[in-house]
Design a protein. Sequence first.
Length: 434
Amino acid sequence: MMPRTLLARTFLLLAWLVLLTTAAWLSLFRYIEAEPRARETAQLAASAVNLIRASLFAAAPDKRLNLFMEFSTREGIRLLPAEPEDRIEAMPDSRFHRLLQRELSTRLGEHTRVAASVDDQPGFWVSFRLDETDEEEYWLVLPRERATRSIAGHWLSWGLLAIALALAVAWLIASRISRPLKAMAKSAETVGRGQIPAPLPEDGAEELSRLAHAFNTMARDLERHDKDRSEVLAGISHDLRTPLTRLRLEAEMSIADEGARLAVIADIGQMEAVISQFMDFARADSGEAAEQTDPASLLQGIADRQACVGHPLSVTVGAAPTMLLRPKALTRAVTNLIDNAWKYGGGEITLNAQAIADELWIEIGDHGPGIAADEVDRLKRPFTRLDSARSNAGGTGLGLAIVERVARLHEGRLELLPNAEGGLLARLVLPIRR
């Protein structure tokens, strides 16, 4: 149930802190406020009783009825005689009402009773006697609000406003922490796809600023190393092609033995293939711009060229929408997969493509020995080859690395799966972006 994002987790923790702190503050306020409020309420009730006592003693007997009416009309105070058969409902058993009972008993005497209602008439009922020695008892009925303990509305309003402001500040703090980390995660994904991300802003808190600076430095170093590697590979490959061409020409003209000549020419061809793979790896992300491309036409063109060089394919290309692709890079990737299938696989080579949901699946299948599941990730790294039946032919170990880089360049992925009919199924998954 815990949210997964840093923003949500940080905000949730801060919100819990704010709510718990506010709840603790309100509880403490209620506890501290109970005693002075009870003392104040008891003082008001005792003052009313004493005032009535003094008024009754001072007023003439024939004026007392009018005096009672004045109290009731102006102050909302009623005075009733207490009867033995009165049905009395006690005040709630709370700390505030216990304190109120104690304070009234201190001020008016131990015989003082407090009730929430008498004979089903709600109010703040306080019993008293005109004289301590007098057995006759009266009820003083005050408005119920005077004995009702509740937090004032303005306190509740200010508390809610404080909570809202605290939660807003918590969201601001959480977002300021998570925003640069989210941007850094996106930049890291861009680096993982073999692309160069835009530099991160190096502002904000010192720790985040230093982290952004370190990441920008790392990205620049990776870009420089990648360019240096590509230039070295491209330069070596380019420089080797000229002497290899001369060797091929000299072999064809100078070696009389047919078998030896063909063997030398085959070795030179294999060397040229290695150089071609070096060149493909060096320019896998050479800055080719994405353009609107029809995948079906592109794949059919690859299949036709393969048929021309003696590598016929079983082609099934479903309907796919025109999408943003890098045609040259994708052609190199698919061609590498087909070449691997012919070199290391066997049987009929299939090329299938179909649009599934928002992805384009390009699948090249063979019927060779396949690849173990625990070797898949290792074989996607450059200069890595499988020490099994699939490595009988010569190679550089760059084929799958080139395909992996092209897949990441398109924000896709390369999957190496067991073929349902035996062998390997290489699936290139590309998101459909228009």
